[in-house]
Design a protein around this ligand. Structure first.
Ligand SMILES: [Zn+2]
Length: 684
């Protein structure tokens, strides 16, 4: 778990050369797909359906996916470009190349060589399984510590990020680790009994394939051990509060906090035994997790480590492993019908489009892939266009902060000061990552993963001894997402700067409704119930007064009560506490995007296009950006574990709280989405 990434936009988008080469917008006639509209649904009854209904009706979820959406279409276009780059690199790569193009190509080619992968079979995993088998308790813990740089699992998560109390330095963060199922609820609630049993069966099948003895009984012990770890872990809602996640300790204090666990061996495994200070994030979970591990038989821990190692390695292994992994992680957990084609798995292995935090995708060359991509497909003009949009959004947000009737003058002054410190990063980082010391071999896929994981972790661990690198990026250029980070930076990778989120040839109202609202969304995160804890200097300090906090909470609760009524699939309601920060960001983001669009008009009236006013087009731009659908299993998984509300609710939950929407579409009392003026949520 990363302590510091305040918030990301969502799982998933990019600009292709083909989109840029033409002066026509990607969606005719002016950036919005008019054929997507469902004219039989009134905007006031279901705005999401009105804007996207015909598109949703004609769009099927592909068998190898669990979602179909405009944003996935963006990813598809980007992946087609990446595929061409990787295939060309693979054709020209030698057995052990030295330049990044060659290395990327050799890694990709090795993954695509299925006959070779098949021939290696379970033997590819032998080094890890042998080490686990031979390990005593202390050595097992050392392997857990090394999980940051290897295929091994760990019940504790270690990460390096900026020190929240001293933003000029890095800190080593330690907290609960990630579980094998998507959330602790899957272990503890009756409603997930089917997924739990499938997980146990998956453990049995992987251990059998790996030649591990007594796989059936071992799988039951593994589930029991993980259930105990889940019980000891914090919930996702508990993990939203940054102020509760800052407990600096010395190694001696750590041993006192969570006794009966050999911490020195753990830190040694991670190569950070020399550090005299760690920041514990989930403090009350630590002694409980340590107690679970102390009570467990070493053999049960070995079984657990063998299974979770095989689980992590499965996509790189022979077909039987990859199939078992897909059956459970793709089909059962997400409702995906078919595995993705081999080239997509190969792309993901080398450095694909779905890593939202590069410091956790350690077994890849994702920065090298991003560099090859932006060299070819990211025009410099985009940086300029984005600066213009961002300037207007910042201005609109500043105006809104000044006009807020719930924030006191002292807090407003702090907020406005903080707003001036933001850096906007667009496209790709200025400094390329150096892979010159990593050996990549065409005939050793899992070895490439091992060496990259070790090198990438070493990069972060070494860097953490020096000054903070303010030019750093968490997301790679090929990521279809955006974030507001602990450097007080808002980052838009090349991957998200593509239609319908951003199209340089579209009507500006559409861009304001889409990327403009996304910029606004990210900005609010620096100032909301999470952002309030980070001040203008980047330090962890609550700069709100108790009165501001109370009023914010009261207003947020109005929005929360609206969202709590949404039931995306039968029996699964939106959790207003889990999604609160993102719902508020969507509402604030769209409201300020509308203001920024008005600012951009410079006092001139907005043009009317195909009978649609400027304000209408801003709202339609937002709705088009979230067009999409998913399998019921995926909606259920998403609703349980993701801090964002599902697509439809990012639209229908937000627009009825914005007064201009009523005027723009003539929405009246009696319409399904109608909210009386005095009941609308107003925060930003
Ligand atoms: Zn967000």
């Amino acid at each position: 778990m990363r302590a510091l990434t305040l918030a990301v936009l969502l799982g998933g988008a990019a600009i292709t050369s083909s989109a840029w080469a033409q002066a026509q917008p990607f969606y005719s006639p002016w950036g919005f797909d008019l054929t997507a509209i469902d004219k039989t649904t009134k905007p006031g009854d279901d705005f999401f359906q009105h804007a996207n209904g015909a598109y949703l009706a004609r769009t099927a979820i592909p068998a190898d996916r669990v979602i179909a959406s405009r944003r996935f279409e963006m990813t598809d276009r980007m992946e087609a470009d990446l595929k061409a780059i990787l295939e060309e690199a693979a054709r020209n790569a030698g057995a052990q190349p030295t330049d990044i193009k060659g290395k990327v190509g050799a890694f990709y080619a090795g993954f695509m060589d299925e006959a070779k992968v098949e021939q290696l079979g379970a033997a590819a995993l032998k080094p890890e399984l042998d080490a686990i088998r031979a390990a005593d308790r202390a050595s097992l813990v050392r392997l857990m510590g090394s999980s940051v740089a290897s295929l091994y699992p760990s019940p504790f998560g270690l990460s390096i990020d900026i020190d929240l109390k001293n933003p000029e330095a890095y800190a080593l963060y330690l907290g609960q680790g990630s579980l094998g199922l998507p959330d602790r609820d899957y272990y503890l609630k009756d409603s997930f009994a089917r997924q739990r049993e499938a997980y146990r069966a998956y453990a049995e099948s992987l251990l059998t394939l790996a030649g591990w003895p007594d796989a059936a009984a071992a799988s039951r012990r593994i589930l029991a051990l993980e259930t105990a770890l889940a019980e000891a872990s914090w919930t996702r809602v508990e993990q939203r509060d940054l102020t509760k996640q800052y407990h600096p300790v010395s190694p001696a204090e750590l041993a006192a906090l969570a006794p009966r666990f050999p911490w020195a061996a753990f830190l040694d495994g991670a190569g950070v035994a020399d550090r005299q200070r760690l920041v514990v994030t989930t403090d009350t979970a630590m002694p409980k997790l340590a107690a679970v591990l102390a009570a467990a038989q070493p053999e049960a821990i070995r079984e657990w480590m063998a299974f979770r190692t095989a689980d992590t390695a499965a996509p790189y292994l022979a077909k039987a492993f990859a199939d078992a992994n897909f059956q459970f992680r793709g089909k059962i957990l997400q409702g995906q019908e078919q595995p993705r084609p081999r080239w997509k798995s190969a792309m993901a292995a080398v450095g694909g489009t779905d890593c939202v935090d590069a410091s956790t995708c350690l077994g890849t060359m994702n920065w090298a892939v991003g560099q090859l991509y932006t060299d070819k497909h990211f025009p410099a003009a985009t940086k300029v266009a984005m600066q213009g949009l961002t300037t207007n959004l910042m201005k609109a947000f500043g105006n809104r902060i000044q006009a807020l009737d719930w924030m006191g003058p002292a807090t407003k002054a702090e907020a406005l000061k903080k707003l001036t410190t933001y850096q906007i990063k667009v496209g790709y980082p200025d400094k390329p990552r150096d892979y010159s010391n990593v050996i990549i071999r065409r005939d050793d896929v899992l070895g490439n993963v091992r060496r990259l994981a070790a090198a990438n972790w070493a990069f972060y661990a070494n860097r953490s001894k020096g000054a903070v690198d303010k030019s750093d990026w968490l997301m790679t250029p090929q990521t279809n997402n955006a974030y507001n980070g602990s450097l007080r930076d808002i980052v838009f990778p090349a991957g998200i700067l593509q239609a319908p989120i951003f199209d340089p040839n579209a009507d500006p109202a559409i861009n304001y409704g889409a990327i403009g609202a996304v910029i606004g969304h990210e900005l609010t995160h620096g100032f909301d119930d999470q952002g309030r804890t980070i001040d203008a200097a980047g330090a962890l300090r609550d700069w709100w007064t108790p009165a501001d906090a109370a009023e914010f909470k009261r207003r947020a609760a109005i929005l929360g009560a609206q969202y709590a009524k949404f039931e995306p699939v039968p029996g699964s309601f939106i959790n207003p506490d889990l999604t609160m920060g993102e719902n508020l960001a969507d509402l604030g983001g769209l409201a300020m995007a509308l203001d920024a669009y008005h600012l951009s008009l410079n006092g001139k009236p907005a043009p009317v296009l195909d009978g649609l006013t400027g304000d209408q087009r801003v709202f339609l731009g937002w709705a088009q950006a979230w067009a999409g659908k998913a399998t019921p299993e995926e909606i259920r998984r998403y609703t349980t574990s993701d801090p964002h509300s599902f697509r439809k609710y990012r639209v229908n939950g937000v627009v009825p709280n914005i007064d201009e929407w009523y005027a723009a579409f003539g929405v009246k009392e009696g319409d399904a989405l109608y909210i009386p003026k005095d009941k609308r949520a107003r925060v930003w």
